[in-house]
Design a protein around this ligand. Structure first.
Ligand code: PXP
Length: 243
């Protein structure tokens, strides 16, 4: 690998739009600017409650994204139908609860039986498949048994950890990434990553891709989308060079 790919999650541009039911700001426009800033992928989460991204966004993005389109979604028949029709380049399966503020945890081994038919349907549709999993070697082995293309390791526990827990949380991520690498899975990471804590994740040798949303959209408010993405791309390049 020559560098780490950056998937920019534009959900929260849609959150602002949905908060007032306006036509702006448009996540499609944000995706275009993110690509101009160096994003390698655009990531969106079509939630069952449609709190931010709408089907309309996904359909337009499928036609306009010049890099790759990654659809995060729960295992739900309705969303699976949409995914198989729209055909993003990749689907990332995530657990989803209606009440949560954001995705709170990754998939664990308990879901293996539920995941198997969904994974098969997505693969039959010719779409690459990634599983968003907790930083546990057993969750990685479970993903491997499901024959997915990629695992995305949940970095939220690390990002939210108090100072005295941070090193231990990073060790958990490290162990999960190493298990993924040794099983031949592509390894991504994401959730809660920002302009400070991303560097440590870039040092992990197996990490090929990061999916980052909230911190980029927040920074874009002040410096613009293109610059916010470019700053992170540069930071990731520095972190990668330090491996
Ligand atoms: N990866 C996955 C699987 C996610 O569910 C999310 C949140 O939608 C992200 C990455 C991005 O997280 P954040 O917005 O905290 O950067």
């Amino acid at each position: 690998m020559e560098r780490i790919r950056l998937g920019v999650n534009v959900d929260h541009v849609a959150s602002v739009r949905q908060s007032r039911g306006t036509k702006y700001p448009d996540p499609v426009f944000a995706a275009f600017l993110a690509e101009q800033g160096g994003a390698d992928q655009i990531t969106v989460h079509l939630r069952e409650d449609r709190r931010h991204i709408q089907e309309r966004d996904l359909e337009i993005l499928r036609r306009t994204v010049a890099t790759a389109l990654n659809l995060e979604m729960a295992v739900a028949e309705e969303i699976l139908d949409i995914a198989c029709r729209v055909k993003p380049d990749m689907v990332t399966l995530v657990p989803e609860k209606r009440q949560e503020l954001t995705t709170e945890r990754g998939l664990g081994t308990a879901e293996e039986g539920v995941l198997a038919p969904a994974v098969a349907r997505i693969k039959d549709g010719g779409i690459k498949i990634s599983l968003f999993i907790d930083p546990e070697p057993e969750a990685v082995r479970s993903a491997h048994r499901l024959e997915v293309d990629q695992v995305e390791i949940h970095t939220g526990f690390f990002a939210d950890a108090p100072e005295d827990r941070r090193a231990a949380e990073l060790e958990r991520i490290k162990a999960a990434c190493s298990e993924g690498g040794s099983l031949g899975l592509a390894v991504a990471a994401g959730h809660g990553l920002d302009y400070v804590n991303t560097r440590a994740i870039c040092h992990l040798p197996e990490v090929e891709e990061l999916n980052i949303g909230h911190s980029i959209i927040a920074r874009a408010l002040f410096v613009g989308m293109e610059s916010a993405v470019r700053e992170l791309v540069n930071l990731m390049a520095e972190g990668f060079a330090e491996r």
